[in-house]
Design a protein around this ligand. Sequence first.
Ligand code: FES
Ligand SMILES: [Fe+2]
Length: 433
Amino acid sequence: MLSMADNELLTLTGPGTAMGNLFREFWHPVALLAEVSEADAAPKRLKILGEDMLLFRQTDGRLGLVEPRCPHRGADLFWGRNEECGLRCIYHGWKFDVDGNCTDIPNMVPGKLRDNFLKSVRIRSYPVREWGGMVWAWMGDPAQAVDLPRVEWALVPDSHRYVSKKLQECNWAQALEGAIDTAHFTFVHRNLTPPPMHLSVYADKRAAWIDADGAPYYEVLEHDAGLVLGGARRGDPGETYWRISQYMVPNHATAPNAMPGETYTAQTWVPVDEENCWIFTTAWNPDRPLNEEELFRYNSGRSVHAEVDENYVPLRRRANDYMIDRDAQKTVSFTGITGLSEQDACVQDSQGRIADRTRETLTPSDEGVVRFRKLIMGLARDLAAGERPQAARTPDAYTTRSGGAIAAEGTGLAEVMSDRFGDPRGVISDAAD
Ligand code: FES
Ligand SMILES: [Fe+2]
């Protein structure tokens, strides 16, 4: 349970808020690379951290993230022409490059006044980078920009990675909490029919262990970029089935499902505003290209990758009750909703646009959620007191893996991580570049 003030501290990321300031100390994915593959194409509207922006690729291939307001008389540059290395306002033709410089003022005669305007007029622009199939932006003080986090999915070849994005209609923090709370899997994602055997040699046993134990024991370890969150369930006699996630500040998590050899999954929650977020979901395999079966599953929208429309809005969403099928809820699945991603969205959205954490009743299996809040709110408070987040300056600490493991009963999380990933915190030092 949080106080009202702490709930606001945790959830609000607009300009000038404490959490908003913390978010602006880190790079964030703002779009899929595929959305801006073409130079001189129409600019894309984006709202990130409560700020309206335009993303465009200019003639020479450089990307820009700029404010949409033309400084002449305020027309929206969204309607502008993306031509000859800049975005030209259609009202009176002022033109701006990806760095926000004004490069043409055709409604003034050449001379000193126009030269002064060309030197002094600017629009706000943020540095952007292409990284791991996504466009990342630095929305903080440019003088403080750090290196990009070396998340493993950005280090593998393109053929080893699949990226998607979807809009989620709730605050970023509760959506992230849903991912690091591995206990919910027993309920939200339960199938009432046997799982398809072909999916994995582990599939049937995993489902049985998850179904049988809805109260996993939690152990949490700290590292330079965040937390290792282990949830342990009873396995076969004498064994424990661990499902382990990574949380990396401020808004990344890796999933707990992958057994050895399987493909990893990560998600990043980027606030649109207080009541919506983009979820970027990545599947990657460090050892091989993704195979046809995996790509078919991801593209069909029945997995952690949602089925979305051309604006990345899920087809099954708030407005249509996630197309819940109450008959299927009796016989097919615990929720009656199709798609892991949509099942998650339903319960997370249902907590409210911003979850009211002043009225919660937490249990020991919420330990991961509690530790996440404590860590991120502590960093926001530290920054308000003048201390910048160290994690932003340790990009290698973001090269982490997480997944499932089977261990002898009584084995601690650090030992399980060492056996499974070769490091007690799951930090991978020999990742490809
Ligand atoms: S408002 Fe943009 S050029 Fe006049
Ligand atoms: Fe889930």
